[in-house]
Design a protein around this ligand. Structure first.
Ligand SMILES: Nc1ncnc2c1ncn2[C@@H]1O[C@H](COP(=O)(O)OP(=O)(O)OP(=O)(O)O)[C@@H](O)[C@H]1O
Length: 235
C-alpha cells in the first residue's frame, strides 16, 4: 500500500471540511478523487501534503504514519504534486526546471526519470528547452509541471486538475501521457472532473460530497451507473 487514509478530518481553523475520509492506493494503481466544486478535493490534497493540520484520523504513506510531517519531509519521502495552476517558475528555462528537481525518491524504480526521459515523453518540451517558464503555452506548462514532478522519481504522483483550462486536443495529450505512466507502473492519484475519460484511465474512483466519501468503486461500476454522475458530479 502506498497511501492509506483513515477517517481523516480536517479543515480551516474552526471550519471543518473533511468528515472521516477513507482512501487507499496500492502500488501501481491509478485512483481518482471526483466530486463537484467545493466538495473538499483540494482540502484533501492539502491535508495529505501536510499543508493543513489533521484534526482526526491517520495518513500512512509508504508504510509510515505522516500525520505531523512537514510538506518538505513528505515530498522527500516520495509524494509529488502537480499543482492546480502548474506554478512554473517564470525565470527558469524548461531545462532548468527539469534539472533542478532531479532526485531519487523511489529506490525501487528500475529506470529513473531524467530530463532526457521527460523529453521523450513530451517532445514539445525538448523543442522549448531554452524557453522560460513564462514563455510557454498552458499545455506546455502542464507538461513541464508533470515532468518536474517525474524527475523526483516519486512513489506517488498526484495531479490536481491537470486538464483544467486546456484545449481538448492538449487535454487528450496529457491523458495519453498518463496512460504511458500507468503502463510503466507509476502510482497516480488524479483529482479532476472529466469522469468519462478518467474511467478509461483509472482503476478505482472515489466520489467526495461535502467532505465525505459517498461512493467508491472501479471503472466498470462507475460506468454502469450514470445516476451517480448526475447526482454527485453534475455531468
Ligand atoms: N482557505 C480556506 N479557508 C476556509 N474555507 C475554505 C478555504 N478553502 C476552501 N474552503 C472551503 O472548503 C470547502 C471545500 O473546498 P475545496 O477547495 O476543498 O473543494 P474542491 O472540491 O477542491 O472544489 P474546487 O474544484 O472548486 O477546488 C468549500 O466549502 C470551501 O469554501
Amino acid at each position: 500500500m502506498i497511501l492509506e487514509v483513515k477517517h481523516l478530518e480536517s479543515g480551516y481553523g474552526a471550519s471543518q471540511v473533511l468528515f472521516g475520509v477513507d482512501l487507499s492506493i496500492q502500488s501501481g494503481q491509478v485512483v481518482t478523487v471526483l466530486g463537484r466544486n467545493g466538495m473538499g478535493k483540494s482540502t484533501l490534497l492539502k491535508t495529505l501534503f501536510g499543508a493543513l493540520p489533521i484534526k482526526k484520523g491517520e495518513v500512512f504513506f509508504a508504510g509510515q504514519q505522516i500525520n505531523t510531517w512537514t510538506t518538505d519531509k513528505i515530498a522527500r519521502a516520495g509524494m509529488a504534486i502537480v499543482p492546480e495552476g502548474r506554478h512554473c517558475f517564470p525565470n527558469l528555462t524548461v531545462k532548468e526546471h527539469l534539472t533542478a528537481f532531479v532526485a531519487h525518491r523511489n529506490p525501487q524504480t528500475s529506470k529513473p526519470w531524467t530530463p532526457e526521459r521527460v523529453f521523450e515523453l513530451f517532445p514539445r518540451l525538448r523543442e522549448r528547452q531554452n524557453n522560460m517558464g513564462n514563455q510557454l503555452s498552458g499545455g506546455e506548462q502542464q507538461m513541464l509541471a508533470i515532468g518536474r514532478a517525474l524527475v523526483t522519481n516519486p512513489k506517488l504522483l498526484i495531479l490536481d486538475e491537470a486538464s483544467e483550462g486546456l484545449a481538448p486536443k492538449i487535454r487528450e495529450e496529457i491523458w495519453q501521457c498518463l496512460d504511458v505512466l500507468r503502463a510503466q507502473g507509476q502510482t497516480i492519484l488524479i483529482i479532476d472532473k472529466y469522469v468519462q475519460r478518467l474511467m478509461r484511465l483509472a482503476d478505482h474512483h472515489i466520489i467526495l460530497e461535502k467532505g465525505q466519501v459517498v461512493w467508491q468503486g472501479d471503472s466498470a461500476q462507475l460506468g454502469a451507473d450514470p445516476t451517480l454522475w448526475e447526482r454527485y458530479l453534475g455531468v
